[in-house]
Design a protein around this ligand. Structure first.
Ligand code: GAR
Length: 214
């Protein structure tokens, strides 16, 4: 394994179970499967929502992680959010921007300036069920298999080269709440794996497709 030395920032908007899981995992250097993984450093969390539970949760886990709350609602305000975000990315020499339940759309300009650096998690098998309510949309549609996709972000909603994708079977007795639980559990496992893969430079983008190598 290469030395995996990477600086990471997390963007979140709400509950933050993914953010909390990632921070817990990489803050606890004793439980990492390889000592090189201890070079993965979560520098900051940026939230766009003052009332998001993620803010309090993260505050209580790791005091070294800087918390930024930069609310914005209108597209016009997004420019100042992104300006501040770009400053944070520069200040901490951030290698990867991890979207973990970040429910806002970044501008094409910001995405293009940070191409192959922004990663998003989405609770469906993309390109099916894009948007904010993917779990419920898949459930209501009646699909028998849905899942989780983690992908690089390009200037189009819930699109971009797929890094990892795994299925979740919708059982006869599942409710939307049960499905949500299953998806979140899988998301937590997958995001750790993806952060390790990208940080340890085990992926390459060839012809717009992500190749994973050992
Ligand atoms: C997650 O299920 C994530 O995949 C989804 O929001 C949830 C956030 O949960 N993201 C999207 O729908 C993005 N289009 P969390 O705040 O508990 O991590």
């Amino acid at each position: 394994m290469k030395n995996c030395h990477k600086n990471i920032i997390i963007l979140a908007s709400g509950n933050g179970t993914n953010a909390v899981n990632i921070i817990n995992h990489f803050s606890n250097k004793n439980t990492l499967s390889d000592s090189n993984l201890s070079n993965i450093s979560i520098k900051a969390l940026v939230c766009n929502n003052r009332d998001a539970p993620v803010l309090n949760k993260v505050k209580n886990i790791n005091k070294d992680i800087k918390l930024y709350c930069i609310p914005f609602s209108k597209t016009a305000e997004r420019a100042s959010f992104e300006e501040e975000l770009a400053g944070i990315v520069d200040e901490y020499k951030i290698d990867y921007i991890i979207l973990a339940g970040f429910m806002k759309i970044l501008s094409d300009d910001f995405v293009l300036k940070n191409l192959n650096k922004i990663i998003n998690i989405h609770p469906s098998l993309l390109p099916a069920f894009k948007g904010k309510n993917a779990i419920k949309d898949a459930f209501d549609y009646g699909v028998k298999i849905t899942g989780v996709t983690i992908h690089f972000v390009i200037p189009a909603i819930d699109s971009g080269p797929i890094i990892l994708q795994e299925p979740v079977i919708i059982e006869e007795n599942d409710t939307v709440e049960l499905l949500e639980e299953k998806i979140h559990k899988l998301e937590h496992k997958m995001y750790i794996k993806v952060i390790e893969l990208v940080s340890c430079e085990k992926i390459k983008i060839v012809d717009n497709k992500v190749k994973i190598f050992k």
